[in-house]
Design a protein around this ligand. Structure first.
Ligand SMILES: *[C@@H]1O[C@H](CO)[C@@H](O)[C@H](O)[C@H]1NC(C)=O
Ligand SMILES: *[C@@H]1O[C@H](CO)[C@@H](O)[C@H](O)[C@H]1NC(C)=O
Ligand SMILES: *[C@@H]1O[C@H](CO)[C@@H](O)[C@H](O)[C@H]1NC(C)=O
Ligand SMILES: *[C@@H]1O[C@H](CO)[C@@H](O)[C@H](O)[C@H]1NC(C)=O
Ligand SMILES: *[C@@H]1O[C@H](CO)[C@@H](O)[C@H](O)[C@H]1NC(C)=O
Ligand SMILES: *[C@@H]1O[C@H](CO)[C@@H](O)[C@H](O)[C@H]1NC(C)=O
Ligand SMILES: *[C@@H]1O[C@H](CO)[C@@H](O)[C@H](O)[C@H]1NC(C)=O
Ligand SMILES: *[C@@H]1O[C@H](CO)[C@@H](O)[C@H](O)[C@H]1NC(C)=O
Length: 433
């Protein structure tokens, strides 16, 4: 029994670390589809389509980087709508020189505004992909490649291996390419159907544990019924770089170019006790008879990033009864049909879909009106605060439960203390058994 309990505990820990699984978006992934459109004398022409099926995690600037390893001695003769970062050694070729001769090509998207003859449908967005929940039409990227020294039929072609995806940083793990039923294409007038000669898919999933050592956002709370503000936990996002932060009143901030993003996307943070690039604040603002109102504010503490297409995901049992969301867009997320406690907020186009760099304009805010369900609604025991918060698909660190603002004269503190004690006692008993 003891062995079972302990091993299943370790299994759970290992499972949650090793396999990228997000309980709020269980099927979220990025799928890369290769469609072979035609065979050529020495290879084939393929269209690569990358779909971001993640509900609320987008790929922000400077965009995706896709890599793989060729199974044979393939070369890329030409590319439309994307390019490899290096050509590699093409010294064996005379006359026609390939676009890339590397065994493991690294591909990036083109920037907007490239000449028409280098464009392809859904290309040239600087590698930026919207999340599926926010804008499915902008959650796709595509380009075309012409491959040489490759198989020239579905019997001789070899699938590339070892796919890697940066989005733009680490965190994604890609599975092997799998042959799937060939894609069907409809002609523009929808009267003729054609199909790919062969199709394979690669699926990549995200894990925050692979991406970073610390969270990249934190949450703070306040309420109308208690004047205490519960701050973000100290060093929630790691304090290693505390000596590199900039005070909000520093003269440095007036230096020209201080806001210019770096190639490696390294942040320049405003000094705070939490050292997070982003803070989400949840304020329980008003209590009405049948409704209650929350104010949500997101603050950017990074001087080197403007967040475009940002998303905020919140899990709270009352989100099944959102009556009105002011100044943000809102969409319920229902990953499991039986529970409707999670929703996604994002900026309204041209109004607050840009969360500006740290400073006087580096915040966005909204209010949410929720209808009370008389059976479950309470201000006690921190019920009015969210259970989980994600910013741009990264889970934010919440304050410890015993620091939540609580109702005057409530038994909350004792209860929390007691249940924590009871829980640890039960765990201890199980472990010793
Ligand atoms: C990838 O996401 C799509 C859309 O959510 C889903 O249908 C598909 O099953 C997922 N694939 C994998 C391998 O999880
Ligand atoms: C392959 O990927 C495409 C999206 O790029 C998706 O629509 C399709 O369902 C995938 N096929 C399989 C079998 O997963
Ligand atoms: C290859 O193509 C033939 C017909 O041209 C088809 O019968 C066969 O199923 C295909 N094999 C694969 C692996 O797609
Ligand atoms: C793929 O990656 C694995 C681990 O990184 C490595 O052991 C293997 O040799 C690579 N395969 C190819 C064909 O490069
Ligand atoms: C953010 O956007 C503003 C206005 O478009 C621009 O002036 C500023 O340089 C941008 N900051 C960064 C960090 O890119
Ligand atoms: C989930 O809750 C929202 C209100 O927040 C409601 O509009 C939506 O219909 C609910 N969806 C389901 C499947 O219950
Ligand atoms: C919202 O709350 C009202 C009042 O409690 C309730 O009748 C209704 O069923 C709730 N709606 C949902 C989607 O849970
Ligand atoms: C407000 O909440 C804090 C816990 O965050 C608690 O210590 C304090 O006693 C509460 N204030 C009142 C007036 O109950």
């Amino acid at each position: 029994m003891r062995a079972v309990v302990i091993s299943s505990f370790f299994f759970l820990v290992l499972f949650s670390y090793a396999v990228a699984y997000d309980p709020l978006d269980p099927t979220g992934n990025i799928t890369i589809k290769w469609d072979i459109m035609s065979w050529t004398p020495d290879g084939y022409v393929a269209t690569l389509t990358m779909n971001n099926f993640q509900m609320y995690r987008h790929i922000m600037s400077p965009g995706w980087t896709l890599g793989w390893t060729w199974a044979k001695k393939e070369v890329i003769w030409s590319m439309v709508g994307a390019q490899t970062t290096e050509q590699g050694d093409c010294s064996k070729f005379k006359g026609n020189i390939p676009h890339c001769c590397k065994k493991n090509p690294i591909v990036v998207d083109m920037l907007p505004g490239v000449p028409y003859n280098q464009q392809y449908t859904n290309c040239c967005k600087g590698g930026v992909l919207a999340s599926w929940g926010q804008d499915p039409a902008a959650a796709v990227s595509a380009f075309q490649l012409s491959i040489g020294q490759a198989g020239t039929s579905n019997k001789t072609v070899k699938l590339p291996k070892n796919f890697t995806l940066l989005g733009p940083g680490p965190g994604y793990t890609c599975g092997p390419a799998k042959i799937v039923p060939p894609t069907n294409f409809l002609s523009p007038d929808r009267r003729r159907k054609t199909q790919a000669l062969m199709t394979w898919n690669v699926t990549c999933t995200y894990s925050q544990f692979l991406a970073r050592k610390h969270p990249s956002c934190c949450v703070s709370f306040s309420s109308f019924y208690n004047e205490t503000i519960t701050p973000c936990p100290s060093c929630a996002c790691g304090c290693e770089n505390k000596n590199k932060c900039v005070k909000s009143d520093s003269k440095l901030l007036s230096v020209v170019g201080i806001n210019t993003p770096r190639k490696d996307n390294s942040p320049l943070l405003q000094c705070t006790h939490h050292m997070c690039p982003v803070r989400v604040h949840w304020h329980v603002k008003v209590n009405y008879k049948d409704y209650w109102r929350v104010k949500v504010a997101i603050t950017n503490f990074n001087y080197r990033v403007n967040h475009t297409m940002w998303t905020l995901v919140v899990q709270h049992p009352n989100l099944n009864n959102v009556t009105q969301v002011f100044s943000f867009d809102y969409k319920p997320l229902v990953p499991y049909e039986s529970v409707n406690d999670t929703g996604m907020f994002y900026g309204t186009k041209f109004y607050n879909d840009l969360l500006m760099e740290a400073g006087p304009f580096g915040n966005v805010q909204s209010e949410v009106l929720l209808q009370k369900d008389k059976n479950t609604f309470t201000f006690r025991q921190g019920w009015a605060f969210p259970r989980k918060v994600y910013f741009n698909g990264e889970e934010c660190m919440l304050p410890p439960p015993d620091t939540y603002p609580f109702l005057p004269n409530s038994a909350h503190a004792k209860l929390v203390g007691f249940s924590a004690l009871a829980c640890s006692a039960i765990l201890l008993l199980l472990a010793l058994w």
